[in-house]
Design a protein. Structure first.
Lengths: 164, 420
């Protein structure tokens, strides 16, 4: 590909991205198999490690769960930069409760899903393409490199609605 | 069906009849038997389609409840005392998010000094947390209030605490009428969440809210409680139509029509007060014109209903199992607000802290003094002034007077055996 300068206006937001390019010209960040569950337009600093890490962790979980993913997010940068009311970057169901209870909240969500499935109230949602041979995780965590407020190692607990 | 059973077990059966879907619990006296009872029902298969989760703390219990309620499941937990305090951050969060969790609080004192017996310090410390708080007078009412609580919580999408006196109710075996599944199903429809974590319709729950809307969101919690003021009496009527029992409501008067003195209280203490009042009304005991007002709904506090109930009396006594250190009464402060401008004489009496027995004998003397308007503004029922004064004197004279509780126990002489 020949040299092509990128401009902010190409993305429609203030983030630098290359989603407007053809598939073959895109970087890994903008690959068409990315789920963009944490969508562009949020308020993280450009190049924020936490946003990058979160996107990869969520992509892995989304692929494993075939798109049926619910995220529980601890209080911290990620929660703040992704949601200031009334905006949200989250394209998946997402909950923020407190700083120190994310895993427990995810446990509760998983319990609710289990009962709903048992009762046959769980709708089977449209699936996204599944990545190679990923094993469905029951939780995924994203650490926040360089995040000054991250005193916990897990900022996100994700819970899957997959049957397995 | 009539059954002779423990209060905790009656509540466990009531909760099971409400078809809960997720129950998370951490044991703490005097609440433990309730969740143990439900746990047994889940294990035996008697309670189907219900996840029972043992968690590592009360903080986790409320957090799991937040997750499961946001996941669309009817959710229940129970706690008491230190456990309630340990989950406080999540208690506020549950109401802030508007999640209709139902929680039993088996009322128990708060330490230090550590004490497992009954008073109302625990749930009253959470008066501003945004949860509705209903107080049961009897085991039957505790059972009934749980069924009403799920309906109220889910209609408003706000959490409800059902408070019952630890040990006095939770551990008392008495007759209760346990409704049938069909009755409960007729009264309580399946849970339809206002908000749910659903991959088909993703929402973000718990977003940050700045000064531009924070007050409005908080006001909404107040508006919900004002709606509850309307709904609670209606629910009691609907409950009566369904179950044939008068249970719940905002307040409950007893012989208040002609009463010049009205005693106000919450919880199981009302039984002892009614017995005392019955006796004092008899001619040979002075024929006192005295009545009782029980407060069932502590939050929202029924200001108008309390004012209406007190409009014909001359004086009132708020007898409460709680102490607002540095001012006196907690419930009394709310009652005084209710009667603003009515020109009534009001007395706060702190009683029964940490399980101190409240006897008919002490109440009779107290109420007689109240009728003569000889009570102090704030007083402490059956306080052992000798022990208190001795400790105060010790602290005046000795710099290193040592731990107060231990010194006072030594003065009392019978360690941990004096509750009467």
């Amino acid at each position: 590909m020949s040299f092509q300068p990128l401009h902010f206006y190409q993305t429609g937001t203030f983030t630098i991205g290359n989603r407007l390019l053809g598939e073959e010209d895109r970087t890994v960040q903008a690959g068409i198999r990315r789920t963009n569950s944490l969508n562009s337009g949020h308020r993280a600093c450009q190049g924020c490690g936490e946003a990058l890490g979160a996107r990869f962790a969520i992509d892995a979980a989304m692929n494993a769960a075939r798109g049926r993913l619910i995220a529980a997010n601890a209080t911290g940068c990620l929660e703040v930069f992704s949601t200031p009311y009334p905006e949200t970057s989250w394209q998946i169901p997402w909950i923020h409760s407190l700083f120190g209870n994310t895993a427990a909240v995810a446990t509760g969500i998983a319990a609710a899903i289990k009962v709903k499935k048992q009762k046959g109230e769980m709708v089977m949602y449209a699936s996204l393409p599944r990545a190679a041979t990923a094993v469905p995780p029951i939780s995924a965590s994203a650490v926040c490199p360089g995040c000054s407020s991250a005193t916990t190692t897990s900022c996100i607990s994700a819970t899957t609605t997959a049957a397995t | 069906m009539l059954k002779q059973t423990e209060g905790s077990h009656a509540v466990a059966e009531a909760v099971a009849l409400c078809r809960p879907e997720v129950i998370c619990a951490y044991p703490i006296s005097p609440q433990t038997h309730i969740v143990e009872g439900i746990g047994e029902m889940v294990k035996s298969g008697e309670l189907k389609d219900c996840e029972f989760i043992n968690v590592e703390s009360e903080f986790a219990a409320m957090s799991v409840a937040i997750g499961s309620s946001a996941g669309g499941a009817r959710t229940y937990t129970a706690t008491a005392s230190q456990g309630l305090l340990f989950m406080v951050e999540a208690v506020y969060n549950a109401s802030g998010l508007g999640l209709p969790i139902v929680m039993t609080v088996a009322n128990r004192a708060i330490g230090a000094p550590i004490n497992i017996w009954n008073d109302h310090s625990d749930s009253l410390s959470q008066r501003d947390c945004g949860w509705i708080q209903l107080f049961a007078e009897t085991n039957q009412e505790a059972l009934d209030l749980h069924i009403q609580a799920f309906k109220l919580a889910e209609e408003l999408s706000m959490p409800v605490m059902v408070c019952m006196d630890g040990f006095i109710l939770t551990h008392a075996y008495e007759r209760v009428d346990i409704p049938t599944q069909a009755q409960v199903d007729r009264f309580l429809p399946p849970y339809e969440p206002r908000q749910v974590l659903d991959p088909a319709e993703p929402v973000s729950i718990g977003a940050m809210v700045g000064p531009e809307a924070f007050m409005e969101v908080r006001y909404l919690a107040h508006a919900k409680q004002m709606q509850a003021l309307e709904r609670i009496p209606q629910l009691a009527k609907e409950f009566e139509a369904c179950f044939g029992r008068d249970s719940g409501g905002l307040i409950r008067g007893y012989k208040t029509e002609d009463a010049e003195t009205i005693v106000i209280a919450m919880g199981s203490l009302l039984g002892t007060i009614k017995d005392t009042v019955d006796a004092m009304r008899e001619a040979e005991h002075g024929g006192h014109k005295i009545g009782v007002l029980g407060i069932t709904s502590y939050r929202p506090f029924p200001l108008a209903a309390v004012a209406a109930a007190l409009k014909n009396c001359k004086r009132f006594v708020v007898l409460e199992k709680s102490l607002a250190v540095g001012i006196g009464g907690i419930v009394a402060t709310d009652v005084r607000m209710a009667v603003t401008g009515m020109g009534l004489k009001g007395y706060t009496v702190v009683a029964g802290l940490g399980g101190r027995a409240i006897t008919v004998k002490s109440l009779t003397t107290l109420f007689e003094k109240a009728c003569r308007e000889e009570l102090d503004l704030v007083s402490f029922l059956d306080l052992d002034w000798k022990v208190v004064n001795k400790q105060l004197e010790r602290e005046r004279t000795t710099r290193r007077s040592g731990p107060a509780a231990e010194s006072m126990l030594r003065d009392v002489g019978v360690i941990a055996a004096r509750i009467g």
